[in-house]
Design a protein around this ligand. Structure first.
Ligand code: NAP
Length: 306
């Protein structure tokens, strides 16, 4: 069948687009390579999504979004996009096992954690190196761990990890955090959290599991070792745009460029959520993007068929 809207990515942006598309009685498919919910689903607690006074678990929130999209008739399809092509007025989304046809496309593949790109990182991923405190924190009960980064994610994860770890050392490449003040205040007050400033990771070492992290002070060049069992890296995100290079216009950091109607430079292709060039990447802005993209996709289809 040919779908009216083929949404790629089942995070908050894709699910919101699915809710709006399906509720407008458009045939809507959401293609997701893992499980719906995206990065938000692995966030322990989302405190700033309006409507939840005490916050809400990320998996609970995104599960509700998925159920809501399905209630209106959106189909969730498991698969990884290999290629997207336009022929005449239709788009062909190639997955491993099938090709999905759509009259319009919404790109909502989000972003994934940036790698540190240091010796030992790859070897010890899953054996002491993690990119998700909510997923792996409990493995480090009563053990010393390290968090790399100074943004909201790093500080939020450091605070969360103090529930399990004996100590949390935050390593940041500058001497000032990027994280919001409320998170900074909480972290500075937490006795389990220590900070190492102006430093980057040079190497992660161990036998079967992580045992040691070699740091380099960026001001003095001095190297030092910290002995920890876990390293949680939170140094930002990179957009998941590898499969769409050459399809739509990207900025120099790889994010999709859209206008305020979520339209890319290719008519019929829209983008929503963290994959877009934008100033604020949050669940609340992702769901807003998704809603706009679905409504604009509907207008695009109507104009094509008029
Ligand atoms: P981010 O804001 O981009 O911060 C990344 C941090 O990692 C920065 O402190 C950066 O240092 C550091 N960094 C980057 N590359 C590095 C490298 N190669 N080596 C060492 N350090 C490196 O990313 P984020 O914290 O994941 O947040 C992403 C977005 O989600 C932000 O918009 C954030 O506000 C949002 N977010 C919000 C919440 C919340 O509202 N509760 C929670 C999580 C995330 P510099 O500071 O020196 O650049």
């Amino acid at each position: 069948m040919t779908y009216d809207i083929a949404i790629i990515g089942g995070g908050p942006a894709g699910l919101s687009a699915g809710i709006y598309g399906a509720r407008a009685k458009l045939s809507t498919v959401i293609i997701e390579k893992m499980y719906p919910g995206g990065q938000a689903a692995i966030t322990h607690l989302i405190e700033n999504y309006p409507g939840f006074v005490d916050g809400i678990g990320g998996s609970e929130l995104t599960e509700s979004m998925k159920n809501q999209a399905e209630r209106f008739g959106a189909k969730i399809l498991n698969g990884e996009v290999e290629d997207i092509k336009k022929q005449a007025s239709l788009f062909y989304v190639k997955l491993k096992s099938e090709t999905v046809e759509g009259k319009s496309i919404i790109l909502a593949m989000g972003a994934e954690p940036r790698k540190l790109d240091v010796k030992g990182e790859k070897e010890f991923t899953g054996q002491g190196v993690s990119y998700c405190a909510t997923c792996d924190g409990a493995f480090y009960t009563d053990m010393p761990i390290m968090v790399i980064g100074g943004g909201d994610t790093a500080i939020e994860e450091a605070i969360y990890l103090t529930r399990f770890a004996s100590s949390v050392t935050v390593v940041h490449r500058r001497d000032q955090l990027r994280a919001t003040k409320i998170l900074q205040d909480r972290a500075f007050k937490n006795e389990k959290i220590k900070f190492i400033w102006d430093s980057v990771v040079k190497e992660i070492k161990g036998k079967d599991m992580v045992e040691e992290v070699v740091l380099k002070n960026v001001k003095t060049g001095e190297e030092s070792s910290v002995f920890v069992n876990g390293v949680f890296s939170a140094v930002g995100y990179v957009p998941n745009t590898a499969s769409i290079k050459g399809l739509v216009k990207l900025n120099d950091r790889g994010y999709v460029i859209t206008d305020d109607k979520m339209a890319t430079d290719i008519p019929g292709i829209f983008a929503a959520g963290d994959i877009r060039e934008k100033s604020l990447r949050q669940v609340v802005t992702a769901v807003s993007d998704g809603a706009i993209a679905a409504v604009e996709a509907e207008k695009y289809i109507e104009n094509q068929e008029a």
